[in-house]
Design a protein around this ligand. Structure first.
Ligand code: F6P
Length: 545
């Protein structure tokens, strides 16, 4: 069954939210905290080893009630049921959206077109386990009999970003294998990686859901040629593995059937790290850690599926984002993890969030009359504080920000961790409170600044504050907590897509550029140029000269 087609702006809740926004928009978070001693308690949730404090948002109890009403009026509950039960909610591609099945329990029954997919899922998981164990413990060897030392993941988009983000995030849990990623069609990328490798001890994992992606096939072909300069055709079977839905194309490429890991069209590329697309993750940190990540995600799925909206972390994350995007006119959101391990987290979420919800046509095919997908960006704290935080604090734009931090560091260096976390807490406090004119003046007076200078400097030193933040404080960065964190953001994407009445699981917008690149490549490689606008034509002539 398909998702409902409800224009959110036509719901009674939306109209009430609009009025409510006009009443609340000038209220300062400082006074909201001052007038309610229980505010932090009221707007904090605890789940497993997660603490989610959303009290530093420009909301009150009626905001949350109205947002919940909106969720009900767009039939979110019914949509969640359809999402988890394998309905073809990716309607423009006629597919179910079931990355959640990849982390479900073996005994669960998840049906696609009437067939329970769990036996297949677990069969592939068993293959991942067996293969990765054999590579890690040196049982599987390269063509000269040496154990593998390096693994290269060849893929792009969802076939690269997830494994790249997670292998970095779980670096602490890593084994002896060095992992590398080749994604860009830029030949300098692949050549820089090849430069460091020994063909005798390197395993190549070609990851492509479709196995038709230009970048991945070009890189895989270049790597195969490089490999064959050192080894023979039959050695390919020992050094190449593939993950894809397209078994025919894999066979054409010449990869041994024993090293082929299937995936399914009901797993979207940007949500695929839980499938065999995560093979590089399992190679880097071992199958058990990979599986723990899946278990963490499964627990988050259960929370999302079964918890009342008023205590449901991803639902609240999504509703708050809608509140700022559609009522405050905020265009972007920052995601700032206070751990260097999550340095690729916002890049990963950029694909998840922007490829999913960057849509301007609703589920009935009409152009939407409201804002949809938010722009996502971010870098780890504290580095980001010394780079772009100035704009969040004192710029003209409202940038709701997620702060993600951990109670315990992995290496246990208390001195560093206390400093890191002091900054983490200080930033959300500063963004919320700001600094008033009176505070600035008294600070300057305390330093014996003369009145003329005080008058001149004060406007620049005032911080308006009132900047919304979410604080996600997790016990420790483990495979399990990482899995849950990623799953929360995945469900946030889903909820927002439901509210905005858009299809979150297709990506037609990336096709046009691919098509034109095909035509232009022919132009570049032939002596004639086809029809283009005058700018493109001149650029091509200049490039070819
Ligand atoms: O171009 C976008 C996209 O289709 C993504 O959605 C996907 O993750 C990426 O390309 C790679 O696709 P594939 O895994 O089929 O090579």
């Amino acid at each position: 069954m398909s998702l409902n087609r409800i224009n959110p702006t036509q719901t009674p809740a939306w109209i009430k939210l609009n009025n409510h926004y006009n009443n609340i928009k000038n209220e300062h978070l400082r006074s909201m905290f001052a007038s309610d001693a229980k505010r932090a308690e009221k707007f904090t949730l605890q789940w497993n080893d997660f603490l989610f404090d959303y009290s530093k948002n420009r909301i009150d109890e009626s905001t949350m009630e109205l947002l919940m009403q909106l969720a009900n009026e767009v039939s979110l509950e019914d949509s969640i049921k359809k999402y988890f039960s394998g309905d073809a909610i990716n309607e423009t591609e006629g597919r179910a959206v079931l990355h959640t099945a990849l982390r479900s329990k073996e005994t669960d029954n998840v049906r696609v077109n009437g067939v329970n997919v769990m036996p297949e899922v677990y069969e592939v998981k068993a293959h991942i386990k067996e293969f990765t164990n054999a590579v890690i413990n040196g049982e599987l060897k390269g063509y000269t009999g040496k154990p593998f030392t390096d693994v290269v993941n060849i893929g792009i988009g969802g076939s690269d970003l997830g494994p790249a983000m997670v292998t970095e995030a779980l670096k602490y849990y890593k084994n002896h294998l060095s992992v590398h990623f080749v994604s860009n069609v830029d030949g300098d990328h692949v050549n820089e990686v090849l430069k460091t490798l020994d063909p005798e001890t390197t395993l190549f994992v070609v990851v492509s859901k479709t196995f038709t992606t230009q970048e991945t096939l070009s890189n895989a072909t270049t790597i195969k040629k490089w490999f064959l300069r050192h080894a023979t055709q039959q050695d390919i079977a020992k050094h190449f593995a593939a993950v894809s839905t397209n078994s025919e194309k894999i066979a054409e490429f010449g990869i041994d059937a024993a090293n082929v890991f299937p995936m399914w069209d009901w797993v979207g590329g940007r949500f695929s790290l839980w499938s065999a697309v995560g093979l590089t993750i399992a190679l880097a940190v071992g199958y058990d850690n990979f599986n723990d990540m899946l278990k963490g995600a499964n627990e988050a799925d259960i929370h999302f599926k079964e918890t009342d909206f008023s205590e449901n972390i991803p639902v609240i994350m999504a509703l708050l984002s809608v509140w700022y995007n559609n009522f405050y006119g905020a265009e972007t959101e920052a995601i700032i993890p206070y751990t260097q391990y999550l340095s690729r987290f916002s890049a990963y979420l950029q694909q998840g969030i922007m490829e999913s919800n960057g849509k301007s046509v609703d589920r009935s095919g009409n152009v939407v009359g409201y804002e949809t997908g938010t722009i996502i960006w971010g870098e780890p704290g504290t580095n980001s504080q010394h780079a772009f935080f100035q704009l969040i604090h004192q710029g003209t734009k409202l940038i709701p920000t997620d702060f993600i931090g951990y109670k315990h560091s992995l290496h246990g260096d208390k001195g560093h961790h206390n400093k890191l976390m002091a900054n983490f807490f200080a930033q959300t406090e500063a963004l919320m409170n700001g600094k008033t004119k009176e505070e600035v003046v008294s600070e300057l007076q305390a330093k014996n600044t003369d009145q003329e200078e005080i008058d001149a400097l004060t406007p620049f030193k005032v911080f308006e504050g009132n900047k919304p933040t979410n604080t996600i404080l997790i016990d420790k960065l483990t495979p399990k907590s990482l899995g849950a964190l990623i799953a929360f953001y995945e469900h946030k994407i889903f909820v927002q897509g439901v509210i905005w009445n858009i299809y979150s699981y297709d990506q037609w917008g990336v096709e046009l550029g691919k098509q034109l690149a095909g035509t232009i490549l022919k132009d570049i490689e032939s002596s004639e140029l086809s029809n283009h606008d005058s700018s493109t034509l001149r650029l091509l002539q200049y490039f070819k000269k």
